[in-house]
Design a protein. Structure first.
Length: 279
């Protein structure tokens, strides 16, 4: 039987088979992209860094002035029940909260938000370093209402991702009008030089990834000097190592045209993260 038949989703108040799960046409996210989401990793059926996800979610709800009556504990219980109802030990949950099912002008709507939770297995990530390409973000406008929240509008990101794959790359990395590296389409990026870790700072409009925070914590404990800073495209070839990160892939070594690495420190961080994920 296909794994899809075995999945149970949470659809706005009840658990349903993924085959029967439906979203109403009038849902604000479907109509206008008006909603938030969090992609949450679980390992051995245990949620990873859930408090950080909840904190970012709450910030997003506040920014969007979206009144949500579920407590943090109620959200966690729904996530945990979704895991328990499915036969997936290591995977990802996607928690989606939308403004609601709209009738009439959306700016007049003050009804109840909708909540959806889907589940999937972790995608097998590549065993070897992956190729990235650097792209000018002006070619892929990232229409993000606020960089600190994960809204349901990723058009520019997805177009860049598709174009990168057509060019044989795993992930695009954006740089801005000042030639400063910002972030990947759906991930964060890090560079290493000697015993120092560099990553684009949040003031550039970078999404504050939960895995990003975890990696910074690990690096700090390993006594790496951390720089959350502006990294020029003119500097990238001077780094010793580079990797990308997300909740789904953890840490993944990367390279670009005419640049290579032995990834010594990256592999060390990757091993520590793997241990943290399974504990």
């Amino acid at each position: 039987m296909n794994n899809m038949h075995k999945k149970i989703y949470y659809i706005n108040g009840k658990f349903e088979s993924s085959l029967n799960a439906q979203i109403r046409f009038g849902d604000s996210a479907f109509l206008y992209g008006d909603g938030l989401f969090e992609t949450i990793r679980f390992q051995n059926k245990k949620l990873f860094s859930i408090n950080k996800h909840i904190e970012r979610l709450r910030n997003g709800l506040s920014t969007m002035e979206l009144k949500y009556d579920k407590t943090n504990q109620e959200i966690i219980e729904l996530l945990e029940k979704t895991i328990q109802l499915n036969s997936i030990n290591d995977g990802l949950l996607r928690l989606m909260i939308t403004r609601g099912t709209i009738e009439g002008p959306i700016w007049e709507y003050e009804g109840k938000p909708n909540t959806y939770i889907s589940i999937s297995q972790l995608i097998q990530k590549p065993n070897n370093p992956v190729k990235i390409i650097f792209v000018n973000e002006k070619d892929y406008p990232i229409i993000r209402f606020n960089p600190a929240i994960k809204s349901m509008n990723y058009i520019g990101n997805m177009k860049a991702k598709k174009d990168a794959m057509k060019q044989g790359a795993f992930e695009p990395v954006f740089y801005n009008h000042n030639n400063i590296v910002t972030e990947c389409a759906i991930r964060n990026i890090f560079f290493i030089k000697s015993n120092e870790l560099f990553t684009p700072s949040l003031d550039l409009g970078v999404l504050p990834g939960v895995m990003r925070d975890t990696i910074l914590e690990i690096a700090k404990k390993q006594k790496l000097k951390i720089h959350e800073t502006h990294i020029s495209m003119n500097e990238i070839n001077n780094f010793d190592e580079a990797f990308i990160s997300s909740s789904g892939i953890g840490i993944l070594e990367c390279y670009w045209l005419n640049w290579q690495s032995n990834y010594i420190m990256t592999k060390k961080l990757k091993k520590i993260l793997a241990e943290k994920l399974t504990n």
